[in-house]
Design a protein. Structure first.
Length: 248
């Protein structure tokens, strides 16, 4: 009888642990300051917003930092990771992921070399001028830019692009303005040679995406959206943004 009771107790322990783990969510992320990163306070405003939104719905959030492409692959399988922090929308991604409600936007545009007098009215003008654009492998670009036929060089990181731009090996870099300015502060020799071009090309909303292969994928998104709604209604969303020095 004693052995039987121990067996039943073990089963109950496993059951309750499993029930608790079912309310965990694992998310892939890159370092993308000032929005999110492993060295930022609470991993940055976006991850704090996501974690607090899930917390409102009874979840614990675990963040797995990895390069963008690897993080996407991990999340797509829905095994090591359930989803991805801070993804932009694309129709292609909807085949593999469910999108949350929008969280807040990135302001996308061009950086150029200060000695390069880039002028254009349309992307076609950039193509005619035979400019070369730098971007990171796996990034989604502003609408119509890739389709314009502009020459594109892919690299693994934005810092590589900034360094190439500073030495004029490429003509333009497309990137989020706030992120670029944050990164460039740490490489002043590069920062002094390149500059942001106004106006911005586009604002792209950042989303949480959950793999369609993840356990209870739709439920996770629904619960997150509800938690995010509560965050906005209570004013905590604005408080988090202000704490990190960002405007909603």
């Amino acid at each position: 009888m004693a052995k039987y009771n121990i067996y039943i107790s073990s089963l109950l322990f496993i059951f309750f642990c499993g029930a608790l783990n079912a309310k965990d969510v694992r998310l892939s992320s890159i370092d993308y300051p000032p929005f999110y990163g492993k060295n930022l306070e609470n991993n940055g405003p976006l991850i704090e917003l996501i974690s607090e939104s899930f917390k409102n719905s009874g979840y614990q959030t675990k963040i797995i930092f990895a390069p963008w492409k690897r993080g996407m692959i991990m999340a797509e399988e829905g095994k090591e990771s359930d989803g991805v922090v801070g993804a932009w929308h694309s129709n292609e991604r909807e085949n593999n992921f469910i999108y949350s409600d929008p969280i807040f936007p990135n302001r996308l545009g061009f950086f150029k070399h200060k000695n390069n007098d880039v002028k254009f009215k349309s992307y076609a003008d950039l193509v005619k001028s035979e400019y070369t654009l730098g971007t990171v492998r796996g990034y989604i670009m502003p609408s119509g830019l890739e389709e314009s036929g502009i020459r594109i060089e892919l690299v693994r990181s934005d810092i590589q692009n900034f360094k190439k731009l500073a030495t004029r090996r490429i003509d333009l870099v497309v990137v989020d303005q706030a992120y670029a300015q944050y990164v460039l502060k740490n490489i002043p020799d590069v920062e002094s040679k390149i500059e942001w071009m106004e106006p911005a090309l586009e604002e792209k909303q950042q989303y949480l995406i959950i793999s369609r292969k993840a356990i209870n994928a739709q439920q996770k998104i629904d619960d997150f959206n509800q938690g995010l709604k509560i965050l906005r209604q209570t004013g905590k969303f604005s408080n988090i943004m202000e704490k990190h020095g960002l405007v909603k």
